[in-house]
Design a protein around this ligand. Structure first.
Ligand code: NAG
Length: 320
């Protein structure tokens, strides 16, 4: 509380997100770059959702979860990029206090849900490869729906607890955030209250929320890989591995980025480095996932090819 003394305590109504530097050419270049990334991400992910919904061959839990992950990723980038694009285009860097807190909440909920959905996907692969005889009994549309709903609900709940504390903070004096979206620590650092309890609560919730899914995923993959290695024929090994390789790559990228963020000390490193890391996990990771699945997964690949052939036949017929 001493921290607040002698400061102006009028609550502020808006923040300024400094973004990336000043030059107008740089802003135009970044606008084009992020616009291209945003379009590729949204189109790629919606394409996967469309394939999963339309193609009967993909109506199994593994692809239901993939469809849900892709819809989530569309929302995830949409919580960050459109505002950034608007501000790069107009030069207006302000964001209202409510807007900032909302962005923080959605971003938190969606990162947590992504983590849980990836864990559900590895549980599905674990059952399919390590418990093939019980797979049909343990995993079906209903269980899959429960996993999806559970992921969303627990993420919303965890973030709501953090936000109860967050709403009690007062922000005064400085309102410049040296970042391109309202991320947790840059916002918290602006508060003139004592934030130690909030930081502790957040640390405990996010440590449990990432460590438990990470260990479950790791355990699933240890089982999966030992089971695959015990398959006698090499074609059988390849076939079993091909059903989980795309997911393994996506999971590795996800936790790889997460670990880099935790391990690389961010408090003393230049802000540019922080921002580049954030660009990687908020903007590039959601773009990479559909690419990996459409290139590496045989069934998605096949379904995509059929959809294109149908489209080509359709346009051809209508031209004649
Ligand atoms: C998400 O999961 C539910 C439950 O299994 C499923 O019914 C739905 O089709 C999935 N959504 C997408 C877009 O795949």
């Amino acid at each position: 509380m001493e921290k607040a003394e002698g400061r102006n305590r009028t609550p502020i109504a808006e923040f300024i997100l400094l973004g990336f530097g000043n030059g107008p050419e740089l802003q135009a270049l970044l606008f084009l770059l992020f616009l291209a990334i945003y379009l590729v991400t949204v189109i790629g992910n919606l394409l996967i959702v469309a394939l999963v919904v339309a193609d009967r061959h993909l109506h199994i839990p593994m692809y239901y979860l993939l469809g849900n992950l892709s819809s989530l990723e569309t929302c995830y980038t949409s919580a960050i990029l459109p505002r950034l694009l608007a501000s790069l285009l107009s030069g207006d860097r302000t964001i209202s206090f409510k807007g900032c807190i909302m962005q923080l909440y959605f971003f938190g909920v969606m990162s947590a849900t992504e983590c849980l959905l990836l864990t559900s996907m590895s549980y599905d692969r674990y059952l399919a490869i390590c418990q093939p005889l019980r797979y049909a009994a343990l995993m079906n549309g209903r269980v899959c729906g429960q996993l999806v709903a559970g992921s969303w609900l627990s993420s919303c709940l965890g973030c709501a607890i953090v936000h109860i504390f967050l709403f009690q903070l007062t922000f005064c004096d400085s309102k410049e955030i040296d970042h391109f979206f309202c991320d947790f620590s840059p916002v918290i650092n602006l508060s003139c209250d004592d934030t130690r309890i909030l930081q502790l609560v957040t640390f405990v919730i996010s440590a449990i929320g990432t460590l438990v899914p990470c260990l479950l995923t790791l355990a699933s993959y240890v089982c999966i890989i030992t089971t695959i290695l015990r398959i006698p024929s090499s074609s059988g090994r390849k076939k079993a591995f091909s059903t989980c390789s795309s997911h393994l790559i996506v999971v590795t990228i996800f936790y790889g980025t997460l670990t880099t963020i935790y391990v690389v000390p961010t408090t003393n490193s230049p802000n540019l480095l922080n921002k580049l890391f954030s660009v990687f996990y908020t903007v590039l990771v959601p773009m990479i996932n559909p690419v990996i699945y459409s290139l590496r997964n045989k069934e998605v690949n096949e379904s995509l090819r059929k959809a294109f052939l149908k489209l080509a036949a359709f346009t051809h017929r209508h031209r004649i």
